[in-house]
Design a protein around this ligand. Sequence first.
Ligand code: MN
Length: 362
Amino acid sequence: MELHSDALNVFLKASSEAAREGKPVRAFIGNEASDLDSMASAILLAWSRGAASDGLPNVPVMNIPREDFNLRTEALWLFEDAGIDIKDLVFLDDVDLGALLANAASRLVLIDHNKLSAAQGAWASKVEEILDHHADEGLYPTAKRSIAPVGSASTLVTEIMLATGTPLPANVATLALGTILLDTVNLDPEAKRVTERDEAVVNRIMPVSGARQKILFDRLQLEKFNVAALSSRDILRKDYKEYTMGRLKVGMSSALLPLADWFKKDEDIEAALSDYAEARKLDVLLVMNAYTAPEFTRELAVHAVDPSLRRKLFEFMNQSGLGLAALKDEVKAPVGDTDYYSQADLSQSRKKLQPLLSEYLG
Ligand SMILES: [Mn+2]
């Protein structure tokens, strides 16, 4: 195989076509959180096995619906930087993985986890191999295992690629490199993630990638928190939890941008909040904004069609010490079914506020 960047896309296209045909496959799947490591290491291990081994097409499967990929902004950036055709990746809703695995010949390789999620537990008999860096739970005893406590599953895959002489075009090296750097906080010993094995792999693939370590790491770190390209709906669902509190259905989103920036970015933020709350039949949607610019700052948006409910929540939260106050005049908050506040108590995250509200409304 030539060391062209296109080689990876040729492989991905062939593997996605095989999966869409519904024939038996060997599926490589990461964990259900589907972070960059899970997705990259599934692609890399499948790539290292070539188009097909023992007649089975090797197919990396992203363990999320296609729509959710945009929310993983650092993965989107690195995949695009590596020139990957996103359309040729296989996401959970692109194929019926359960039906593919129902073929007697199909096999499953678990990457970046060693226990199937509850929803995917029925596939246990299909697991033939595990590659992971989490503690081994000892399941699927007949599976071949490569499990070691390194900083990134991508380190284990890259070791295999290097040992087996897998073709390593620059973009494949960059995909591995960026993932390992992000997982190990740029190989920083203080972060207590990096091991000697991560470092050794990075030293070997950096010249192949041609990327500069600090520049690549800083960019990925930035992209992780970059919501500029996301719609209001995507910002709301990126980090969202839902609760039943007494008779009320309450949604809580954490968002990483200043309200002032959001108002500028989306003139119709009110419509976005209303649509989001309506689609989920919420009585209340709370949006907790937290960002550093340059000081750490918190803000809160309370969306509810019922103004007396908004008032009641505001009064309760201030009795609880949140220190909510109207935004400064120069921040032009839209008028509608939402109240927007600055929040003086910087320690009140969703994790702390949710039980308080549950108790109050319960
Ligand atoms: Mn991982």
